[in-house]
Ligand binder design. Structure first.
Ligand code: SF4
Ligand code: SF4
Length: 305
């Protein structure tokens, strides 16, 4: 299974917010949700994505000459523009660009290649109680790649965490659960209609997957992004706490992730609008109130990942 390929967009070393200890986080590309506050917008598309930075372009024309598909045109003041319908995402233009003005986000790697990266940091995992975290995007969208990776890490005694939106085929989730030591499970909104309006999908599958996963005794850290004006209202917090309190076998911890705007530069780089530009982070007082609400119900709650 070592030669099975998956599409990833990053491998982050020495991560300390993606589960216990020091971790290596592997980001798999593709997500069925499209949350407008997403901090990893480059992970949403399940295809490689070409980024062009006109501010870095020196106008040499190397990319235009190298593109095998005639997908680049010189539009003068607009720069060396890519025609999306002709671009195959091959990355040739990025390879020849001397100014790093073109970049392909998303690369195919084999299970063996990713495993070799993960294994390099085993001494850090051993001394810190860390391991590997598979994130995204939504890692459960690539089960043919994720499952053998989880198996290979398990055979080497590496702690395995999976960071998921929970929007996955239930059978796939259960297959992954058999090979996972900890789930980082995101809960955003309790109302199905509001959830659909914001993320593009209903939350019914997510909540039933979380309920069933808890029923297996899986270790669960539930993560709640706290987004002012979106999910920090009384009603949603009450429904969230009541639902989590009622899960079979309980959950290990709740992590409140206060909204921040560090992902803004990524939207600019991708040439996309950031719909949430006007909303600021929650105040310290508000965060403390939310933490108290969950802890008053006997739930273990932390701020941050
Ligand atoms: S990624 Fe490939 S097809 Fe797309 S513009 Fe660059 S060279 Fe052309
Ligand atoms: S190769 Fe790079 S620097 Fe040269 S025109 Fe293309 S994008 Fe600009």
């Amino acid at each position: 299974m070592g030669d099975v390929e998956g599409l990833i967009f990053d491998i982050k070393k020495y991560a300390i917010h993606d589960g216990p200890g020091i971790r290596t986080t592997v980001f798999l590309k593709g997500c069925p949700l499209s949350c407008p506050w997403c901090h990893n917008p480059e992970g949403i598309s399940s295809k490689p994505h070409l980024v062009y930075r006109k501010d870095l372009c020196i106008g040499c024309g190397e990319c235009l000459n190298a593109c095998p598909n005639g997908a680049i045109v010189n539009k003068g003041n607009e720069g060396f523009v890519t025609i999306p319908s002709l671009c195959k995402g091959c990355g040739t233009c990025a390879e020849v660009c001397p100014a790093e003005a073109r970049e392909i986000i998303g690369r195919k790697e084999t299970v063996q290649q990713v495993l070799e990266e993960i294994e390099k940091d085993v001494p850090f995992y051993d001394t810190s109680g860390g391991g590997v975290t598979f994130s995204g995007g939504e890692p459960l969208m690539q089960p043919g790649f994720l499952v053998p990776l989880l198996d290979a890490c398990g055979e080497r005694g590496i702690h395995r965490a999976v960071d998921t939106s929970g929007y996955a085929d239930p059978a796939t989730l259960m297959a992954v659960a058999e090979r996972t030591d900890l789930f980082l499970f995101d809960i955003k909104l309790m109302d199905p209609d509001r959830h659909r309006a914001l993320t593009g999908v209903s939350n019914e599958r997510i909540l039933s997957n979380l309920f069933n996963l808890a029923g297996t005794g899986a270790k669960l850290a539930v993560r709640i992004p706290l987004i002012p004006g979106i999910n920090d209202d009384e009603e949603n917090l009450e429904r969230t706490a009541t639902f989590l309190k009622g899960l079979p076998n309980g959950i290990s911890s709740i992590h409140i992730l206060p909204y921040h705007e560090t992902g803004l530069s990524k939207y600019k780089k991708l040439g996309r609008d950031y719909r949430f530009r006007a909303i600021g982070p929650p105040s310290d007082n508000h965060i403390a109130t939310v933490v108290k609400r969950f802890s008053d119900m006997g739930l273990e709650v932390k701020i941050g990942g």
